[in-house]
Every structure is written in C-alpha cells, then in structure tokens.
Design a protein around this ligand. Structure first.
Ligand code: IMP
Length: 195
C-alpha cells in the first residue's frame, strides 16, 4: 500500500481526489501533521504554486505528497486570469464578480477560446514530477446553469453545448482538467514498485 499526503487545506478537494484514485493508494490529508499555518502560494505560475505547496509539506514532514493548482487560461487575454483565477476581481470578491470581469474584458472579442488547466506536483522519494490536465473550451457571453463553482457557468467544454454548470457533476468530472491530471497521477503511482 502506497501512503501519500495531498497537500491541501480544502476537505472537499481531498474527498474529490480520493474518489478518483484507485484502491491501493492510501490518500491522507494534512490532519495528522502538525501544521498550524496556511501553506504559502505566492508564485506566478500554476507549476510554481503546485511545487511550492508540495515542497513545503515534503520539507517539513518528509512524506511523499502532492499538491495542485488550477486556473482558467483565456487565449484572447494572453492566458489570464490563469494563476489569479480565484481572486481575479479582487480580494473578497466572489465567483460572480470574477465572471463579470472576464465577460466584460471579452465583450468585443471574437476569440472565445479558453482552457482550464490543473497542475499536480508530486514529490515521491525526493523526486519531483508535474502532471498537466487540460479541458479546452470556449467562454460564452452569459452565465448559464446553476451547478459547479467558479467559472463553470460561462465555460462550454469542446464538443459540448452545455456549460460545466449545466452538466451533471458526474459528466463534468469525466472530462475535467482536474480529472485528467488526477488520472495521470494515478497512472504514474500505479506504475511504481509499491504494488
Ligand atoms: P484551485 O487552484 O483549485 O483552488 O482553483 C483556483 C480557481 O480556479 C478557483 O477559485 C476557481 O475560480 C477556478 N477553478 C478551478 N477549477 C475550476 C472548475 O472546475 N470550474 C470552474 N472554476 C474553476
């Protein structure tokens, strides 16, 4: 059995990723580690932030671990909001404000192409690896749907007519950036000699 720590302070994320990983991988949260502060996330790329969080846990506790970071990258905005997706409209603003800002910036743009990208940084036995999960799509010009979170109501994945917020969660999770990155992580872990 391979024990691995997911360096996140978000219990929902832990449950979500736990459900995506195969049996035989024992996924732990940070609960049993003596961590009383927020894990720093101060880099200007998704890769940088994911690595920073994983290194923080590895250096302090010496456990095999991984961390993730996700952003929405809009082609016409040179990849913004990207690493700033969570607080795009400013500190204390919600997802609605973030989407309004983005829709406003794209008001006169014909190029609506965008992608969600999740980077997972894994540190195992001191070795660092990055996994990159991408969901391509377009930003529509209004919010549609009630499910999901973040930018889901304005993102239509490639090959679909509905936004992520209009899809059953099960369907979103089958094609999402996070799912793809997690699959790559799972495939890699299963290929190791722990099993
Ligand atoms: P995080 O790195 O997973 O915390 O994601 C950073 C930000 O990206 C979130 O606060 C959301 O605004 C946005 N985001 C990440 N994943 C999704 C998604 O699946 N749908 C919509 N927005 C997302």
């Amino acid at each position: 059995m391979l024990k691995i720590v997911f360096a996140t302070q978000n219990p929902n994320k832990l449950q979500e990723i736990k459900a995506m990983l195969p049996d035989g991988i024992e996924l732990k949260g940070l609960d049993n580690l003596d961590l009383n502060e927020d894990i720093p996330e101060t880099q200007d790329t998704l890769e940088g932030n994911a690595l920073q969080k994983a290194r923080y846990v590895y250096e302090r506790f010496g456990v095999n671990c991984f961390a993730d970071d996700t952003g929405l990258e809009v082609e016409a905005l040179n990849g913004r909001p990207g690493v700033h997706s969570a607080r795009y409209a400013g500190d204390g603003k919600d997802s609605n404000a973030n989407m309004d800002k983005l829709l406003n910036e794209l008001k006169n743009s014909d190029n609506r192409r965008a992608q969600f990208r999740t980077v997972i940084a894994l540190i195992i036995d001191g070795e660092e690896l990055l996994f990159n999960g991408i969901a391509e799509g377009v930003i529509i010009d209004e919010k549609r749907g009630k499910d999901g979170f973040g930018y889901d109501p304005i993102f239509v994945p490639k090959g679909y007519k509905e936004t992520f917020a209009q899809m059953p969660l099960k369907e979103k999770n089958r094609i999402s950036h996070r799912f793809k990155a997690t699959q790559m992580l799972a495939d890699y872990l299963m290929s190791l000699n722990y099993f």
